[in-house]
Write a new protein. Sequence first.
Length: 340
Amino acid sequence: MLALELSYWQETVIKTLVVLAIIPGSAVLVGYIFLLKMMAHMQSRLGPMESGGFHGWFQLIGDGIKFIQKEDIIPSQADRRVFALAPIVVLASTFLLYVVIPAGPDLVVEDLSTGIFFALAVSSLSVIGVLMAGWASANKYSLLGALRAAGQLIAYELPLVLAVVGVIVQAGTMSLPGIVEAQKDGAIFGFDLIGNPFFLTQIVGFVLFIVAAQAELTQTPFDMPVAESELVAGYMTEYSGFRFLFFFMAEFGTAFALAAIAATLYLGGWFVPGVTGNLANVLGPLVLGAKIMLVSFLIFWMRFTFPRFREDQLQTIAWKYLIPISLVNILVTGILKVAL
């Protein structure tokens, strides 16, 4: 077998290009499958079916091209530099999430010993971009939307992190490839045919993670920061053209990344029973992709099912219910870890 030795900078360039390609690709994939088709069929609202020749597959790409062609408008009273940088900061947060997600035994950009900590930390960077967008727009609706988003993202970051702690305690590592290995090598009551997917033992954590991820994405029923009926589009009100497209890609790219993290933490990631070695590197991305689609379905099903919460209800759910439940989950997991 021919081994190709690459320098550090060559590997870095290749990995960067792969991640940069994944972000718009995942946004188009998730947006088309769930936003335009699956949920549309479930609600009998088929939408565009002609563009592209098969089921309207080109509609989302056509919308992207349309946004690129639109004029880049910056309000006269806006802080131009901060206004222009805000979508880039939000998109950069999404970009960094993909650095630690393993798609196979050897298919990971960087295997950090604190991988899940890194992922949750960089996901919080989007709050800075949102606040930049709201403040720099010189629009009261944008500012209100940004303040709502900051309060919401900070509140739901806590249950998101605490939900993951149970998995870390059970796996004994914060490395995402290590967490997959722990599930692959585990057993359920001595039965190791399917390993030990943490979904079975951390079902409470999984539900908490999905709900908190929904809020992190500011999707219905947690879409108060962009409530059209109240704030037009919140912190995105003054954005147009490719800058608005950046926010769109960040939202759906982050949805894909959080679904990938959930699949890795609770569903075994790339692992499928009986597949190891180089074959796992080939089939791993397909297996992980299937699990991501399953988790994404749950996220978007929730989005198109429940009505929007009031702001007080939204904060109450986080502080009075999700956080206490996640703390109890950590306590029970710790006790069982020591006892068993």
